[in-house]
Write a protein that binds this ligand. Structure first.
Ligand SMILES: Cc1ncc(COP(=O)(O)O)c(C=O)c1O
Ligand SMILES: N[C@@H](CCCC[NH3+])C(=O)O
Length: 430
């Protein structure tokens, strides 16, 4: 029996045995636009944002949406219109923010491998802050900014060596991770930054990982970061803003992360207790703003019973939705429409058409399906379409944004001609 409302996704529910996102019937959208199809709920995104805004009521805070989670222009436009800035990690993401009408002054630039070109583009655009991740990067950024007659605003991203207790691929704040500056090197790095001609120190930053479902790692990282703020300021370098990064998890499969407002009430109480409550704050949430706002719709192509396994072959694959293949991630899979009485159940691996054994969307799922049925893969608003590729020369799916009963295409389905557009056969054929 499928629970109603479905776990994790507040705007998703069955009405007369047909699945709706807000007031839009998903089977209709799948038939109109084809599958695979991503559908996002603007209401769910705004509700998730509102939980953060409640948590920070009365504080000086800039919410910078970590757009790597879902960088559709329409999603960026929605968050920009509700006051968000953006956490970017590439020149491509900067271009998207500008195309979506985002305010460059509210942009922070993270990432361990910013190129000189990207630094120049970001300085030209007038972004709010570079979150610098190494001493070598500091030197290069100073050189680039000075050559433009500018001083780049910088935060140092510190690595607090806190275990976020998440998947190892998405843990970023441990000593063995490539991110940030070891907290023992933080003071020396700030001293170097404040001596460089092309830099202006404005803040401190930390991000310990993603899909974090406990509050302790956030509290530990906060304490460590505040120790560093105290040490850096004692050395005469002012820290104007404190950036706590992102990382709050969502409910994929009965996960119980703290609610954003409850978590922030706790973190802010600690901040107050240590005398930093009136600082300018920044946060960089990604997944918790969009993950449970999206579904990926797919059609069952074939059922393939086997001796050891039954396979349900669908038309979405690891290139469209890579999280299961990459992290063995769980996404619930449910039917879009009423299942006829008497149809048999079986346990299936739900797999895509890509030629890899790792191409699966769900394992050991109890389903009553037939070829031609439509299914929804849930909690796919974050790091799904955004991590998609065209592997096996599969054009990227279309995307739709819904708001109430209004549904609008925000990305056209790519065509095979689109895939061929940037390639050339060499003139000199061997
Ligand atoms: C620097 C930085 N900030 C913010 C985020 C957003 O993380 P999440 O989507 O887990 O909130 C990430 C991704 O983990 C990141 O690398
Ligand atoms: N791509 C990861 C999250 C990465 C976070 C980026 N630092 C996921 O799907 O869970």
């Amino acid at each position: 029996m499928i629970p109603n409302p479905l776990p994790g996704q507040p705007q998703l529910h069955y009405r007369e045995e047909s699945l709706y996102l807000e007031d839009c019937q998903l089977a209709d959208l799948a038939r109109e636009h084809g599958t695979p199809l991503y559908v996002y709920s603007s209401g769910a995104m705004l509700d998730a944002l509102a939980a953060y805004q409640r948590g920070f009521a009365g504080r000086r805070v800039q919410i910078c949406y970590a757009m790597k989670a879902n960088s559709s222009l329409a999603v960026l436009q929605l968050f920009a219109a509700h006051g968000c800035g953006f956490d970017i990690v590439s020149g491509g993401e900067l271009a998207r923010v500008l195309a979506a009408g985002g305010d460059p002054a509210k942009v922070i630039f993270s990432g361990v491998g910013k190129t000189r070109t990207e630094m120049r583009q970001a300085l030209e655009a007038g972004i709010g802050c570079f979150n610098v991740e190494s001493e070598a990067e500091l030197e290069v950024l100073s050189e680039v900014a000075a050559s433009m007659g500018l001083r780049a605003p910088v935060s140092i991203r510190v690595n607090p060596n806190v275990d976020p207790k998440t998947h190892p691929y998405i843990s970023t704040g441990l000593k063995g991770n490539k991110f940030g500056i070891a907290h023992e090197r933080t003071l020396a790095t700030y001293q170097r930054a404040s001596s460089l001609p092309g830099l202006r120190v404005v803040g401190i930053d930390c991000h310990i990982g993603s899909q974090i479902t406990e509050e302790t790692p956030f509290l530990d990282a906060l304490e460590r970061m505040l120790d560093l703020v105290a040490a850096v300021e004692a050395a005469g370098i002012a820290i104007h803003h404190i950036d706590f990064g992102g990382g709050l998890g969502i409910d994929y499969n009965g996960d119980t992360p703290p609610a954003a407002d409850a978590l922030w009430a706790k973190l802010l109480a600690r901040l107050d207790a240590r005398g930093y409550g009136d600082r300018q704050l920044m946060i960089e949430p990604g997944r918790s703003l969009v993950g449970n706002a999206g579904v990926c719709l797919t059609e069952v192509l074939y059922l393939k019973p086997g001796e050891q396994k039954n396979f349900c072959v669908v038309d979405a694959a690891m290139n469209d939705l890579p999280r299961p293949a990459m992290y063995q991630a769980y996404h619930a899979i449910v039917p879009l429409e009423h299942v006829p009485e008497g149809r048999g159940h079986a346990v299936y691996d739900v797999v895509g058409p890509v030629c890899e054994s790792g191409d699966w969307l769900g394992r050991d799922r109890d389903l009553a399906v037939a070829a031609g049925d439509l299914l929804a893969v849930l909690s796919t608003g974050a790091y799904c379409s955004a991590m998609g590729s065209t592997y096996n020369s599969r054009p990227r799916p279309a995307e739709v944004l819904v708001s109430g009963s209004h549904a609008e295409i925000i990305r056209n389905r790519e065509s095979v001609a689109d895939l061929l557009r940037n390639e050339r056969l060499p003139a000199t054929h061997p």
